[in-house]
Design a binder for this molecule. Structure first.
Ligand code: DSN
Length: 429
């Protein structure tokens, strides 16, 4: 048995005390170890980040903020939260950090509650072109209780920025509708975001600028994507994507008044007790992200994304916008096989141990549950140590599955090769 009591409780005591739960955990650990994780929003955390979430900090209620709690006994929780706040501020170079959001969606919801009134207009990217459900989807609170207007990408194939943000049109939309808030930052956008340009648009139309950096936070923290600061009035992010922390959210700002409003909106406006075990884990992840190795990691994430995009292009796929500047790419399957859908492709690939998600491409002719594309990202594979040569191997395996149209024999064969490849790249410790 491990000397680490936390690891021991999970790896050894759980099967004994709750065989059903233990079996689920063991099966999931094996799935993660033996498959290639290409979902752009996922990653593999270090053992300290993982284990902090299984600690006694979960036993405590700590509503409020450090030094101002609604319950006694929070002295160590105050220390944990201050540590996370201080590291987040250092990492992103800003004055204020709220580390309590349970998720990116909660972080975004608290911005709406803090800065807008129901019915107010805000601007975001056309959702089908890479936005997020919390950026104005009709079935989400942001779309039900507020009035979203959308700015587009360039859709003209001959435009040098084809499938990239059309900033001139964004400015026109914002000047026409005068939103109170402009959202930038996306779930499926492979190019650099010009925060400075968005701030100029916000200033011109009298809006606040909110950057949702959920996907690119790790790149921003490492200086591998321009920072939203000093341009954005407020930024939100998840902590578990490129940032490689626990599942959770984070709000950042340099504005004292916005900070106060957002803090009150998150608690008591939107959430109750913070998840203090997750906040300790966030502190650990932020500490890891402050180390020089993290910059090298993010540089490799980008190199791997570019290598994978090239290898797929060579095999007949189209990468939307012609490439990637960050950790993800959108793969248009149609040039390789006009009949192929994202829905079929993701199922066939999963059967071969290659984990992806279907995703609409800009102006996709197919509906969101079918799609003509896949979204791929390299954060998780890079964490395991795969580099450019392996990206070519991964692209080859990917193409064999899709060229076979999910033939079970070929998928089984690829599944074995995927497991062998994974065997050479350990999960992080
Ligand atoms: N599911 C996350 C993503 O894939 O981007 C965001 O909600």
């Amino acid at each position: 048995m491990s000397n680490d009591p936390i690891a021991a409780s999970v790896q050894h005591l759980l099967p004994e005390r709750d065989p059903a739960a233990g079996a689920i955990l063991a099966a999931e650990a094996k799935r993660q170890e033996t498959t290639l994780e290409l979902i752009a929003s996922e990653n593999h955390v270090s053992a300290p980040v993982m284990h902090a979430m299984g600690t006694c900090l979960t036993n405590k209620y700590a509503e409020g903020s450090p030094g101002s709690r609604y319950y006694c006994g929070c002295v160590h929780h105050d220390d944990a939260e201050r540590l996370a706040q201080d590291r987040a501020k250092q990492l992103f170079g800003c004055e204020y950090a709220n580390v309590q959001p349970h998720s990116g969606a909660n972080a975004n919801a608290s911005i709406f509650l803090a800065l807008l009134k129901p019915g107010d207009t805000f601007a975001s990217l056309v959702l089908a072109d890479g936005g997020h459900l919390t950026h104005g989807l009709k079935v989400n609170m942001s779309g039900k209780w507020f009035n979203p207007v959308h700015y587009p990408l360039h859709y003209d194939k001959s435009h040098p920025q084809f499938e990239q943000i059309d900033y001139d049109e964004a400015e026109r939309v914002c000047m026409e509708h005068k939103p109170k808030l402009i959202m930038c930052g996306y779930s499926a956008y492979p190019r650099v975001i010009d925060f400075e340009r968005f701030r100029a648009i916000a200033d011109k139309c009298g809006a606040l600028l909110m950057a949702d950096i959920a996907h690119i936070a790790g790149l921003v923290a490492a200086g591998e994507h321009p920072s939203p600061f000093p341009h954005a009035h407020v930024a939100t992010t998840t902590t578990h994507k490129t940032l490689r922390g626990p599942r959770g959210g984070l709000i950042l700002t340099n504005d004292e008044d916005i900070n106060k409003k957002v803090n009150r909106a998150l608690f008591p406006g939107f959430q109750g007790g913070p998840l203090m075990h997750v906040i300790l884990s966030k502190a650990i992840a932020f500490g890891e992200a402050l180390k020089p190795e993290f910059k090298a990691y993010q540089q490799q994430v980008k190199k791997n994304a570019q290598a994978l995009a090239t290898a797929l292009t060579e095999r007949g796929y189209r990468i939307t916008s012609g490439g990637t500047d960050n950790h993800l790419m959108l793969v248009d399957l149609q040039p390789r096989d006009a009949e192929l859908t994202g829905a079929d492709a993701e199922v066939w690939l999963e059967s071969a141990g290659i984990i992806t998600n279907k995703n609409g491409i800009p102006q996709d002719p197919r509906p969101p549950r079918v799609t003509s594309g896949l979204r791929l990202g390299t954060p998780a594979l890079t964490t395991r140590g795969l580099k450019e040569p392996e990206m070519d191997v991964v692209a080859g395996l990917f193409d064999r599955v899709l060229a076979s149209k999910g033939d079970p024999t070929e998928c089984e064969k690829v599944r074995g090769e995927v497991a062998d490849l994974c065997g050479n790249f350990a999960m992080p410790s």
